[in-house]
Design a protein around this ligand. Structure first.
Ligand code: F0G
Length: 450
């Protein structure tokens, strides 16, 4: 069969409130043309993020009832730890309330003034936590990542020569660890090959530097390796994921992505001393080591989600559904980052609305257009998000696909809406900022149409 269907059926539904174009016009104005200020109930299809937006399975909900809420020694923690150990090989496991809490603890321990942390590309919160510690965050993507139409199969890879020369320049003493983000969210949800992880590992070994994964989307990365890298076609995603984790000394994980839950995170550390220090910091702000800022029921849901996410049927459907949306947009003449990523489609808004200059935020204009026309909420990743102090390389709009929440007809609706807005793109209007905080302005900035 050609059609890859959703490998689940629906047991519980959440109604979508339909709105009219006229209602959305008022909502958009009341929200000052900022999607973060729109109420969720006023959105028809919410593609703001794939984070914490997954639909849980019946087994995960069953786990919610099983949750052991003991302050110390919760059975749910031991079950989670055994699932994580089975999957990743790490037996030193800390739960945290989400990915950035793991980052905060890790970089308080290994960061600090003078330190340099390279990554294929840091996610915003990772960069922010590194800089908050006083250290410097450096992105080392391969050059192909900068070209939206280049269909490199592993566009998330790190530039290993650039890594060597960075180590040569700043010295290994100033680099406590190298990070690899799988998949690479910043470059378009693009995967990192096993060969690249191994090459980075070899360099780390040669210089005595640790290698950490930002493993939020480890299962999607494993699926791309299986599909695209020689020698992996017959290996299970679980097996490939294990090989990835075996190459690392630690990992920060936001469970809100590939653990298929609405809240949670993990910090995995091989080194016993560092793990002990991290455990003490965890107690300071997150909670005791057997719950780390979560309820016992959350730990159960993560454990079950980690079992389900590596199922080939799930991953085949997941990656195909995102790719399908990408293909439909390309067929409509819309330029996207190619090839489609694992969790999102990134539209090139500068190409979409060439009549809107960068200073008038073409990405934000497209975000407003998609909401106005079809009630779709998306997110600008361009000059608005970069802020006044940084230069955005591209003006992008991200359509992030929540896991298991939407069906093919929802995706068809999104594809149609994008094509309609593209046809009417001359009507998209630029924006100016009326009011914005100095940092992380995209969350709360107020805009007016030019
Ligand atoms: N690392 C990556 C690669 C991420 O994409 C995210 C979150 C985090 C770390 C932080 O995890 O949100 O649990 O604290 N990304 C979300 C997104 C917010 O929309 O891309 P968190």
């Amino acid at each position: 069969m050609k059609t890859i269907i959703e490998p689940f059926r629906v047991k519980s539904v959440e109604p979508i409130r339909m709105t009219t174009r006229q209602q959305r016009e008022t909502i958009l104005q009341d929200a000052h043309f900022n999607p973060f200020l729109i109420h969720g109930s006023d959105v028809i299809i919410d593609l703001l993020t794939d984070s914490g937006a997954a639909a849980m399975s019946s087994e995960q909900w069953a786990g919610i009832m099983r949750g052991d809420e003991s302050y110390a020694g919760s059975e749910s923690f031991y079950r989670l730890r055994s699932v994580v150990e089975d999957l990743t090989g790490f037996d030193r496991v800390l739960p945290t309330h989400q990915g950035r809490a793991s980052e905060r603890i890790l970089f308080e321990l290994v960061g600090g003034p003078g330190m340099v942390i390279p990554n294929n590309a840091h996610f915003d919160t990772t960069r922010a936590n590194i800089e908050h510690s006083g250290a410097e965050a450096v992105n080392l993507p391969i050059p192909e990542a900068a070209d939206p139409t280049n269909r490199h199969p592993f566009k998330g890879n790190m530039d290993v020569e650039a890594l060597e020369s960075l180590i040569g320049r700043v010295g290994r003493q100033r680099i406590p660890l190298v990070m690899l983000t799988v998949t690479n969210n910043t470059s378009g949800g693009q995967p990192v090959s096993m060969a690249n992880i191994k090459a980075v590992r070899r360099i780390c070994d040669a210089h005595g530097i640790q290698l950490y994964l930002d493993a939020c989307r480890f299962a999607e990365n494993a699926w791309f390796i299986r599909q695209r890298e020689e020698g992996y076609a017959d290996r299970s995603p679980r097996d490939i994921a294990r090989e990835m984790f075996d190459l690392a000394d630690g990992a920060t994980v936001s469970a809100k992505k590939d653990a298929l839950v609405n809240i949670g995170g993990l910090l995995l550390i091989r080194n016993a001393d560092l793990f002990l220090k991290a455990s003490n910091l965890l107690i300071l702000t997150e909670g005791f080591v057997t719950y780390g800022g979560l309820a016992g029921r959350d730990l159960e849901a993560i454990a079950q989600g980690l079992r389900e996410v590596v199922e080939p049927d799930y991953l085949g459907y997941r990656i195909r559904s995102v790719e399908y949306l990408g293909q439909r947009l390309l067929e409509s003449g819309i330029r996207i980052i190619e090839p489609p990523g694992g969790h999102a489609i990134y539209i090139d808004a500068a190409h979409f609305a060439p009549h809107i200059p960068r200073e008038q935020f073409p990405g934000q204009a497209l975000v407003c257009g998609l909401y106005r026309w079809a009630g779709i909420r998306s997110c600008e990743i361009g000059s608005v998000m970069a802020g006044p102090a940084r230069h955005a390389d591209m003006e992008l709009v991200r359509l992030a696909i929540p896991r298991r929440s939407y069906t093919q007809s929802h995706i068809d609706y999104v594809a149609e809406a994008c094509a309609e807005v593209f046809k009417a793109r001359a009507h998209l209007r630029g924006l100016r900022i009326v009011d914005a905080p100095e940092v992380l302005r995209h969350f709360t900035a107020k805009f007016a149409e030019v």
